[in-house]
Design a protein around this ligand. Structure first.
Ligand code: BG6
Length: 305
């Protein structure tokens, strides 16, 4: 279902039989809402978010491409998150034959304008799928369509803003004992000690070579997000906390208490994608980079009070 969102920006709404839904803005190719069957919002979007170019929307799942962060010649987190994507009206069939899945394919391609800052041709196909039961899946197929034989390198992240009830009660499991780069300390490398990750101050870390499964436990809501990722070795964990929050114009002063970014990413070692010269698509990994994120929210509903 294609309709108008805030400021007249087109958005697509995906619905699932039990009432789960997701909303995707064509601006940024950005999922900005994901609701479970009780109508509860699972993603965080700031009340001060600006739904207007050229700023990226603060919340949901911005796509960081072709650069994560500020390391590189492009603007912070690349340009994909503030470009207008288009809907593919005739997407290729879903790989698994499951009619219960609602999905949409969004496309972003190089433009003459963008080639001045990033001189490569590409086609980025982002498939957003809402599975039965409300699982949300994002699949990115990035294809190098350079005609000059050149490979390109890029870094990437699904910059997911999760809604949590109280950040000080949240635990992240699956990252303990891993190495990370600390963005707050000049990207110096450290090793995480001890137990599950908990939060009591600003965090901005890139965990390296993480397992494919990461769990985010929100105690107060008795909700667990399970993230599974393929093709994306790293995971960024970010919460701006109070001081940074105040400094961000599109973020409420106290909103840091109700969000946590856990981002499936490829940051440390850029992905190098060779030009597309084989005829048969999808059979080789040199042709398609398949980066998939799979969010599942498992609910242990609180007993009736
Ligand atoms: C995170 C980065 O992914 O995004 C942080 O690790 C950054 O360093 C944050 O502050 C937000 O970035 P932006 O550009 O959306 O304000």
């Amino acid at each position: 279902e294609l309709c108008k969102g805030l400021n007249g920006i087109d958005k697509v709404i995906l619905r699932e039989v039990r009432g789960c839904s997701a909303q995707v803005y064509l601006y940024g190719g950005q999922v900005i809402s994901w609701k479970n069957e009780y109508g509860e919002e699972l993603l965080f979007v700031s009340s001060k978010a600006v739904f207007k170019p050229p700023k990226a929307i603060r919340g949901g799942i911005p796509i960081c491409f072709p650069q994560f962060g500020s390391q590189g010649s492009l603007e912070q987190h690349g340009f994909a998150r503030n470009r207008l994507w288009s809907v593919d009206p005739d997407p290729p069939p879903f790989p698994v034959n499951n009619p219960n899945k609602a999905f949409v394919d969004l496309i972003l391609k190089h433009s003459e304008e963008d080639m001045k800052i990033w001189p490569h041709r590409y086609e980025f196909r982002l498939r957003i799928t809402l599975g039965p039961g409300g699982d949300l899946m994002l699949t990115s197929r990035i294809r190098n369509t350079n005609t000059d034989g050149k490979s390109f390198a890029f870094t990437f992240a699904y910059h997911t803003y999760l809604a949590v009830s109280d950040i000080s009660e949240v635990r992240v499991e699956g990252l303990e004992t891993l190495d990370y780069l600390d963005n707050m300390k000049d990207k110096e490398r450290f090793t995480e000690q001890g137990d599950a990750i908990t939060f009591e101050s600003e965090v901005d870390k890139v965990y390296l070579s993480t397992p494919t499964k990461i769990a985010i436990l929100d105690h107060e809501r008795k909700r667990t997000f399970v993230l599974r990722k393929d093709g994306l070795p790293d995971a960024v964990v970010w919460n701006p906390w109070d001081k940074k929050a105040k400094a961000m114009p599109d973020f409420g002063d106290d909103e840091y208490k109700h969000m946590l970014c856990v981002e499936a990413a490829c940051v440390e070692k850029p992905i190098i994608l060779k030009p597309d010269w084989v005829l048969v698509v999808r059979l080789t990994y040199s042709k398609w980079i398949l980066a998939r994120i799979f969010w599942r929210a498992e609910f242990k509903r609180a007993e009736k009070r």
